[in-house]
Write a protein that binds this ligand. Structure first.
Ligand code: SAM
Length: 346
C-alpha cells in the first residue's frame, strides 16, 4: 500500500513533491545508496567522471543531490556546477565541500528550467536523477538546449530487470530489499517510490530512443552489476546552421549503441587488466575455500559421532567450519561483484 501522495511523485513536473521527498531522506541518502549499490556506486561514479572529456571547461552535475559525483569531476581549469531541486540535498553537498581549497558552484534549480544560456556547457553528468525527470523528453530537450553542439551528456541510471535468468532476483531486490532497507530512512515511502521509478524507467531501450530524438548522437553504453545499472555517454548533435566545436584530442565514443556493442571504447590499460586478473583470482580462491569448508561442514555434521572428539571440541569445530564457510562465501560474492564492475580509479 503506497502513502496517499506517492502517486503525485510520478506526475509530470512533480518537482515540488520530489524535492520535498529528497529533503526528507537527505540525512540517510548516501548511506542507503551505498548499501543498495552493494558498495559499487563509487566505482560507477568514477566511470561517469571519466566519460567527461578532459578538455571540458564548464561541467554541470545535474540532480547532484548530496554531491557524491562532484569531486570526481574536478580538473585543473574546469568549473564544476552542481544543481538540484532539493535544498536539503544541496545543503549536504555544500557541507561535503566546505573545507578550504576546491569547491563546486551549487545552485537550487529545476532541471526543466535551467538558469543557463543556450549551448553554455561542455558537458553534463546525471547520476540516478534521470528517472525522476518526467516527462523525460522535455528534460532531454532542456539538456540539449544548454549543452553546446559536440558537448557530452553522461547518464548513470538504475534500470528495470531485463529478461533472463536473473530477472526474478533483480525484481525481488527492487521490490522487497530496497523497500526493507528504506525502513532505515526517515521516509520509507521514498524507497517504495525508488523501486517503482526504476521499473517505470525501463531497461534503457526507450531512453536511447528519446536521446536520439532529443538531438543526441548514438553514444555508448556500459552495464554494471549485470546490467542493473547502466552508463550512457553521448554527444549533442549539431543542428542545421549550428557550428560544432570539437576540441583537439576529443575522440571518445566512436561506436554506437544498438549494434550489439555494450562497452565504451576505452583502451584497456595494463593496470586495469592486472586489477581484473587479480580480483578474478581472489574470487576463485575464495569460492574454492567456501566450497571446501561447506563440504567439510556437511561431512562433519553427518559423521561427527564417529570422531573421537570432546563435546566442546565438536561445538568448536562446527562453529569454525560454519563461520569459515560464511566468511569465504561472502568474500567470494563481494569479489565477484567487484570483478564484474568497473576498475577503481588510479
Ligand atoms: C536519486 S537522487 C540522486 C542524487 C545524486 N546525483 C546521487 O547520485 O547520489 C535524485 C536527485 O534528483 C533531484 N531532482 C528530482 N527532480 C528534479 C528536478 N526537476 N530538478 C532538479 N533536481 C531534481 C532530487 O532532488 C534528488 O536530489
Amino acid at each position: 500500500m503506497h502513502p496517499p501522495d506517492a502517486h503525485d511523485r510520478f506526475r509530470p513536473h512533480a518537482v515540488r513533491e520530489l524535492a520535498g521527498m529528497f529533503d526528507d531522506v537527505s540525512p540517510s541518502y548516501d548511506l542507503l545508496n551505498r548499501l543498495m549499490s552493494l558498495g559499487q556506486d563509487r566505482a560507477w561514479r568514477a566511470a561517469l567522471a571519466r566519460a567527461v572529456p578532459a578538455e571540458a571547461r564548464l561541467v554541470l552535475d545535474l540532480c547532484t543531490g548530496g554531491g557524491a559525483s562532484l569531486s570526481g569531476l574536478r580538473r585543473p581549469g574546469r568549473l564544476v556546477l552542481g544543481m538540484d531541486a532539493s535544498l536539503g540535498m544541496l545543503a549536504r553537498a555544500a557541507a561535503g565541500h566546505a573545507g578550504p581549497g576546491w569547491a563546486p558552484r551549487l545552485a537550487c534549480a529545476d532541471a526543466f528550467h535551467l538558469p543557463l544560456r543556450d549551448a553554455a556547457l561542455d558537458a553534463v553528468t546525471l547520476a540516478f536523477g534521470m528517472r525522476n525527470l518526467r516527462p523525460r523528453r522535455a528534460a532531454l530537450a532542456e539538456l540539449a538546449r544548454v549543452i553546446r553542439p559536440g558537448g557530452t551528456l553522461a547518464v548513470l541510471e538504475a534500470t528495470a530487470p531485463a529478461p533472463g535468468m536473473l530477472r526474478p532476483l533483480h525484481a525481488f531486490f527492487l521490490r522487497r530489499v530496497v523497500a526493507a532497507l528504506g525502513r532505515l530512512s526517515p521516509d520509507p515511502s521514498a524507497y517504495v517510490y525508488l523501486g517503482r521509478s526504476i521499473f517505470e524507467f525501463g531497461s534503457g531501450d526507450e531512453f536511447e530512443r528519446d536521446l536520439l530524438e532529443a538531438g543526441f548522437g548514438r553514444g555508448a553504453s556500459t552495464r554494471f552489476l549485470l546490467g542493473a545499472t547502466r552508463l550512457w555517454v553521448t554527444r549533442r548533435r549539431a543542428a542545421a546552421g549550428e557550428t560544432r566545436f570539437v576540441p583537439a584530442g576529443d575522440v571518445q565514443n566512436a561506436s554506437g549503441w544498438g549494434a550489439g556493442r555494450r562497452e565504451m571504447p576505452q583502451a584497456a590499460s595494463g593496470r586495469e587488466g592486472e586489477w581484473r586478473l587479480w580480483s578474478g583470482a581472489q574470487a576463485l580462491v575464495s569460492a574454492a575455500l567456501f566450497i571446501a569448508l561447506a563440504y567439510g561442514l556437511w561431512v562433519f555434521v553427518n559423521y561427527q559421532d564417529q570422531l573421537p572428539l570432546e563435546p566442546w571440541q565438536r561445538t568448536g569445530m562446527g562453529w569454525l567450519l560454519a563461520g569459515g564457510a560464511l566468511v569465504f562465501g561472502a568474500r567470494a560474492l563481494v569479489l565477484l561483484v567487484r570483478f564484474l564492475g568497473p576498475p577503481p580509479r588510479a
